[in-house]
Design a protein. Sequence first.
Length: 64
Amino acid sequence: MQKTKKSVAKRFKMSGSGKLIRRTPGFRHLLSAKSTKSKRRATKDKLVDPGREAPLKRCLPFGL
């Protein structure tokens, strides 16, 4: 039986076209030291690099 890696499922999600979406790191604390521009850019989700996508997709056999 294939099982979903729950640690990967909590950190990534699949887009409608099958690409992986991730959150921007470093956005939980020490926000007063970060510029407004970097904080604004950090609110947007980003795509996972294509070279790192394949092993993560194997951890999500049912494509959450």
